[in-house]
Design a protein around this ligand. Structure first.
Ligand code: 3PG
Length: 212
């Protein structure tokens, strides 16, 4: 993982997801998150327009580290990196994406939810993984069990994380950061209530500071 990314996550260990199709709204959402203290942002590739939204954020904002999420193939990984993605997140572990990212020095967070998947990630040379879907994959007790055997691995729980359980995850030393969409509610984006997004980001930063 790059020094800058790891420093940013140490300062504010929360990665908001942007799933907005409209590029203008995606940029405003990213700016609102940055204003609230969250500067590492994952744009999920779940529509044909998502990559353009990520490109617009990269072109029109400053001070953010922007990655691509929901990357399913190595070709897609190459494409989002060509667009400027600074890290890649996948829902699962695909070896050729991992090898490509390791070769290129691009931080890669593949989803894992079993000991076998974490061990395969470790064997490939990864030391940071997503833990997905965190709430269904066993939550905090599962992460504690993983951490006792995978001493070098750090986890990014995502899926079911929110204001109500963020501190329970962040208190674990093996948790690098938590990811989630609760910071970018669709209804707030739809009506242009970007101050709500900034407030949610500030709340997440405050929770993180209270436990770290
Ligand atoms: C992901 O892509 O990581 C999840 O869909 C996010 O889950 P959440 O909506 O529960 O945060």
């Amino acid at each position: 993982m790059s020094n800058t990314l790891s420093e940013r996550l140490a300062a504010a260990p929360v990665v908001p997801l942007i799933g907005e199709n409209d590029a203008v709204r995606a940029v405003k959402t990213a700016e609102a998150l940055g204003a609230g203290g969250l500067s590492v942002i994952e744009v999920v590739m779940r529509s044909d327009d998502a990559q353009r939204g990520m490109e617009a954020i990269l072109a029109e904002t400053e001070g953010l580290i922007v990655g691509a999420g929901t990357v399913l193939t190595v070709d897609q990984a190459k494409s989002v990196v060509a667009s400027g993605a600074e890290f890649i997140v996948s829902p699962g572990l695909v070896d050729d994406i991992a090898r490509y990212c390791l070769d290129e020095g691009i931080p890669f967070f593949p989803g894992t939810m079993t000991a076998g998947e974490v061990q395969r990630a470790y064997a490939l040379g990864l030391r940071e993984v997503k833990f997905f879907p965190a709430s269904l994959a066993g939550g905090v007790p599962m992460l504690k069990a993983f951490s006792s055997v995978f001493r070098e691995m750090r986890f990014m729980p995502t899926g079911g994380v929110s204001t109500s359980n963020l501190s329970e995850f962040l208190v674990l030393p093996s948790v690098l950061a938590c990811g989630g969409s609760w910071l970018t509610p669709k209804d707030a984006v739809a009506v242009g209530d970007y101050s709500k997004i900034t407030n949610l980001a500030e709340e997440a930063v405050a929770i993180a500071r209270s436990v770290r």
